[in-house]
Design a protein around this ligand. Sequence first.
Ligand code: ADP
Length: 493
Amino acid sequence: MPEIQPEVQPAARPRRARTMSLSRQLIAGVLLTELLLASALLVVLVLYTQRLLLSAFDSMLQERAMATAALVRYSEKKPFQLVFDATLQPPSPNRLHPDFYRVQETGGPVIAADWPAGLPPATSRTPTVSTWHGVHYRSLRLTQLPVLDTEENLPGPAPKLTVSYASPMLSIEQRVLDAAIFAGAAGLLLLAATGLLTIWGIRRGLAPLRRLAGQAAEISALNWEFRPPPAARDTAELAPLIAALESMLSRLHQSFLRQREFLGNAAHELKTPVAIMKSTLQSLLQRPRDNQAYRLGLEQSLEDLERLQLLLDRMLRLERIEQAAESGAASRLPEVSLAAGCAAALERLQELAQARQIETKLVVKQDALVRAEGDDLELIWTNLIENAVKYSPSGSRVEIRVEAAGGEARISVEDEGPGIAAADLPRIFDRFYRGDPSRNRGTGGFGLGLAIVKSLVEAYRGKIRVESRRPAGLRFIVELPAHALPEIVAAPA
Ligand code: ADP
């Protein structure tokens, strides 16, 4: 039979997410801004230069027109006629593109004209631009100019002159172009210089961030030491990031240590019942026994298994509570009455209290509604009341008080038992903490009850604390966000 080769699919290459470079963005931003500013400056500069040159050009145009008018004089012989001496006309500055003029007696004949047919006539005193043979000419027309030459016994009033004058704008255009090239080159040079300075500055400024990232990358479960570079600590923008990283790391480290301790303690707790069970079963197998002995051995093993199951239940419960707290599911929960939860827990523990001859009392000053799973709250009160009953001497009292004010409820459980040494009080909520130093099976609990209580209270955004009572006993105080109910619920005794 031919062997069928499985079809090998080429492994999909992980797509690399496009990274965004902060420094490139900053550099591009700075350069773009500069480019825009330099362009705007160039335009302003060119327009300003053009205006200055045009105004100087117009003055020159006017002076030339008036100088042209000054060349008009009367003929030597009678009858006196106006004549124009073209030989005295100053040469045009541009030989290839000469100036043009036209002199006319106002309302009379043309005296002299050097004005090409293709160039439109000048019409006003304000200079206008027209094109002739591809060259821009600026022209103006001055009217009512006097004839400077005088003769005696002239008939009639003194004649007036109208002079049109046109000059090519090539020189202005060239100078404006020169100014634009100069300003543009200066702008580009400035842009290049500031671009280089910006790149250098940004690279230098971001160096502490790179070193910080390098330091952060070194952190692992084996190395919790975070030593941010001093330059990063001294940078105003990085200081808050460092503080946040340090506090996050310290919290992570604490929780890592707690998890490790929990694991160690759990293993320790599991080891003892498993070892006992093993030795019980081994001794049963060593030699044949009667039914009674087998039954006893199996019953003992079952008892150990039940204890193991209880421990596993508690550990799983703790895990579930922490997960629920992280998912923030509390807002979708129903509102439950605190007084009702406490009463139910007390009811459940009545038998134990009676057996230990403990008097219990529930005082409800003001009931309140809490958004929570009813079972969770009941578990809190059950654990606290059970401890109070368990650790108190017979004949003593356990009191539970429910109060509420201003969006917060306060529930206290107090007993008259032996209490706990002041030095041990802060550790009472630690997982697997047990006041009794002999961690034997006889003590009953696993030291997980109060840890579960604390996790539950915190999952509902509440607080729990414990204080010693005088002359003896403990008081556990739980504070939870709640809505106080308007009426006072009757307190069951
Ligand atoms: P356990 O299951 O062992 O009771 P807990 O977490 O409920 O675990 O309690 C931890 C330890 O705190 C107990 O072993 C006990 O020493 C001490 N403790 C708790 N409640 C009280 C109390 N009301 N009075 C005296 N000691 C208490």
